[in-house]
Design a protein around this ligand. Structure first.
Ligand code: SAM
Length: 284
């Protein structure tokens, strides 16, 4: 008997992955956490039935959410990750020797525990001494912080359930206040292909543009995310993602990556017209 995992991406589009085994399934206080072993994408974690991370394509997402801002300011030392429970984001950040500490605020301890049990290549840095793990709501945590972080990465679920509050004007304003003068904020910014994701991309980008002097969108191809064309937000008080890219400095760090490079960095911000129009991004 064949076993399939199916994600309902819209009411008319589904993604199905053939599964070898359903390894874990439990309801936490916040969401349903499942781990599957798939034939094509290795192990995958889903939260409330939605793909969060797969062993095969997670490198794309984690490269792009970390190395894009780090290549704009390789000297960042104090970093906040909101969400990121699987550990992939902090795994990439700890590769920068300049980093003094990373506050990681994950609302659901079960996600970290399950990632440690089933996804060691993702969770390997959760025990790194530079990582301060806080099992709290990022919405309340950020309110206590002023002028502290050089980088805030919002590595969240979609804007439903516990993740909803991480896409609000108030939360982005609190992030602005928690950032230093050169501060950069990066978020997973949904996608422009399907209506339910597109609405969130437009909303989040509009808010970031109202709060930050510089607010851009960049893209990557992530096969297991809805449509495969995924977007990220880059918001900054001063540093521009292209004009301030430190390509030579970053390349001299010799950080080996499977997806990111400083040429692709430039292309990631070269958006298709249909996306530029909906985020009213006249210029770059
Ligand atoms: N890094 C993965 C990827 O490749 O896209 C997915 C992101 S990670 C699993 C999303 C995390 O955000 C989840 O672990 C979820 O528990 C966490 N989260 C959602 N709402 C939150 C909140 N308000 N505060 C802190 N963490 C939150």
């Amino acid at each position: 008997m064949e076993l399939w995992y199916t994600e309902k991406q819209t009411k008319n589009v589904r993604l199905s992955l053939k599964i070898k085994e359903h390894l874990f399934s439990r309801e936490s206080k916040f969401q349903k956490v499942d781990i599957f072993e798939s034939y094509e994408f290795g192990k995958l974690m889903t939260l409330d039935g939605l793909v969060m991370v797969t062993e095969k394509d997670e490198f794309i997402y984690h490269d792009m959410i970390v190395h894009v801002p780090m290549a704009v300011n390789p000297n960042m030392t104090k970093i906040l990750v909101v969400g990121g429970g699987d550990g992939g984001t902090v795994r990439e950040i700890v590769r920068y020797s300049n980093v003094q500490y990373i506050d990681m605020v994950e609302i659901d301890k079960m996600v970290c525990d399950v990632s440690k049990d089933f996804l060691p290549t993702l969770s390997c840095a959760l025990s790194n001494p530079k990582v301060n793990l806080h099992y709290k709501d990022g919405i309340s945590f950020i309110k206590e912080k002023k002028n502290e972080y050089d980088l805030i990465i919002i590595d969240s679920t979609d804007p439903i359930g516990p993740g909803e509050g991480l896409f609000t004007y108030e939360f982005y304003t609190d992030c602005y206040n928690a950032l230093t003068a050169d501060g950069i904020l990066v978020n997973q910014n949904e996608s422009a292909v399907y209506e339910n994701n597109r609405i969130e991309t437009i909303r989040a980008t509009k808010k970031l543009k109202e709060i930050f002097p510089i607010a851009k969108v960049y893209q990557a191809n992530i096969p297991t995310y809805p449509s495969g064309h995924w977007l990220f937000g880059f918001a900054s008080k001063k540093l521009h993602p292209l004009r301030d890219l430190k390509a030579e400095i970053w390349n001299n760090l010799s950080i080996k990556t499977k997806y990111y490079n400083t040429d692709l960095h430039l292309g990631a911000f070269a958006l298709p017209n249909y996306i530029k129009e909906i985020i009213s991004d006249g210029d770059i």
